[in-house]
Design a protein around this ligand. Structure first.
Ligand code: FES
Length: 114
């Protein structure tokens, strides 16, 4: 078995593609987000890109989709950002923040304590 090549990245985005999120437009969002990440060279396999992006199974917030989860290391700790009702502009805002190692956007997050 060949050992796979490892690509270091700034963070990992996952977009739910399960039934409820698909009914709320997650399929089209996945297609348009994939294209945008490639076009803007944000995805790790494009020159200068630093993101991993994968469609995922249910992320556990089914009635509020499309749901996007983001994981990355920040200041030596694991940081998470969980977003609901995700649109392409919001997903790209998250992606650009990860690429630039900036603060994750606050709008649409549901993981923050109130
Ligand atoms: S179907 Fe998307 S979070 Fe469950």
């Amino acid at each position: 078995m060949t050992q796979p090549k490892f690509f270091p990245t700034n963070g990992h985005l996952m977009l739910c593609q399960n039934t409820n999120c698909l009914q709320r437009g997650a399929g089209f969002l996945h297609q348009s987000l994939t294209s945008a990440l490639e076009r803007e060279h944000l995805i790790y396999y494009r020159a200068g890109g630093t993101l991993r992006y994968t469609p995922s199974g249910c992320l556990g917030a089914c009635s509020s989709g499309p749901i996007l989860a983001c994981y990355r290391e920040k200041d030596g700790l694991l940081e998470q950002g969980w977003y609901y009702g995700v649109t392409l502009p919001l997903a790209l805002e998250v992606a650009r923040a990860v690429q630039e190692k900036g603060d994750l956007p606050l709008g649409g997050r549901f993981d923050l304590l109130e």
